[in-house]
Design a protein around this ligand. Structure first.
Ligand SMILES: [Mg+2]
Length: 290
């Protein structure tokens, strides 16, 4: 029985600055059931407030308690281990690391810094690591679908470069970290086995959710389905060139014509085909997106 739902954001709710056609009605439908709903993202080019503002501009109101971000996990880690951050993140994310207590020891924190992944900043992080700083990765996504609909390097490529050079392994704080999923599920107030995760990334979303709650996790029609172009966790030759504009794929158009899920009495034991319909209608992209 489904008792809670987690939604990825980029590629599931929005693509770039556009909300996906079926997403608003699907989220509204989920809210109308009274099911606990949460949003879990690896996006690190924007602060939490920035993400909430972006969603509001798209017509979707999300409260801070509903949104779980890697930066929050990093703040908790730094406080728990008494470390000050050496930030290698996007300038827009630094707002999420303000007002932290200062400690003598440091931890290098790497997110998707975009154009700010300069040699100087990478080398400074490398030198901090070889000097003994702890090593935190907000995410290790390989690539993402950029605004021009082409793939771009994500934080994982730079985290891996630092791991290679320093001989250290980063502690992953975002998806697919089981701790990250556990924090998100805890906010829903239900068991992981009763939670559905909807995502578009086979590694961070699908594998991460399954690893966090085992084979019982979610609805069979939900987090276990991987679009053919994502199977194996890599692009296929046919993947390229099939990029669809954010104004709707064939799948989304069909989904937008479907009625929103209707409230049901008591617990929300939706028919399997209804659950699959909702989730497949929202999923359409093949890479992490912004
Ligand atoms: Mg995504």
């Amino acid at each position: 029985m489904i008792r809670g739902v987690l939604l990825d954001l980029a590629g599931v709710v929005y693509l770039g600055d556009h909300i996906l056609p079926a997403a608003k009605s699907a989220v509204d439908g989920l809210r109308s059931t009274g099911l606990p709903l949460g949003f879990i993202t690896n996006t690190t080019r924007t602060s939490k407030t920035g993400i909430i503002d972006r969603l509001a501009r798209m017509g979707l109101d999300v409260s801070p308690d509903e949104l779980v971000t890697p930066a929050e996990a990093a703040r908790a880690w730094l406080a728990r281990h008494k470390r000050s951050p050496h930030l290698l993140v996007h300038p827009a994310l630094t707002a999420d690391f303000q007002d932290l207590a200062e400690y003598r020891e440091t931890a290098v924190v790497v997110g998707d810094a975009g154009r700010d992944f300069t040699y100087e900043r990478l080398n400074a992080a490398f030198r901090a690591l070889v000097a003994g700083a702890d090593f935190l990765a907000l995410a290790k996504n390989r690539t993402f679908r950029d605004a021009d609909n082409e793939l771009s390097l994500d934080a994982g490529a730079f985290v891996t470069a630092l791991e290679y050079a320093s001989g250290r392994q980063a502690i992953l704080l975002g998806k697919p970290s089981p701790d990250f999923y556990a924090a998100a599920v805890a906010r829903l107030g239900c068991d992981a086995a009763d939670t559905v995760m909807v995502g578009d990334d086979v590694e961070a979303d699908v594998s991460g959710a399954r690893a966090s709650c085992g084979d019982r996790c979610g609805a069979p029609g939900a987090n276990r389905q991987v679009p053919p172009w994502r199977r194996g966790g890599r692009d296929t030759a046919t993947d390229r060139g099939r990029g669809r504009p954010p104004d709707g794929s064939r799948l989304d158009r069909r989904a937008s014509e479907r009625p929103s899920p209707e409230p049901m009495n008591g617990r929300h034991d939706w028919p399997r085909d209804r659950r699959s319909e909702l989730i497949c209608g929202m999923r359409r992209t093949r890479h992490s997106t912004r």
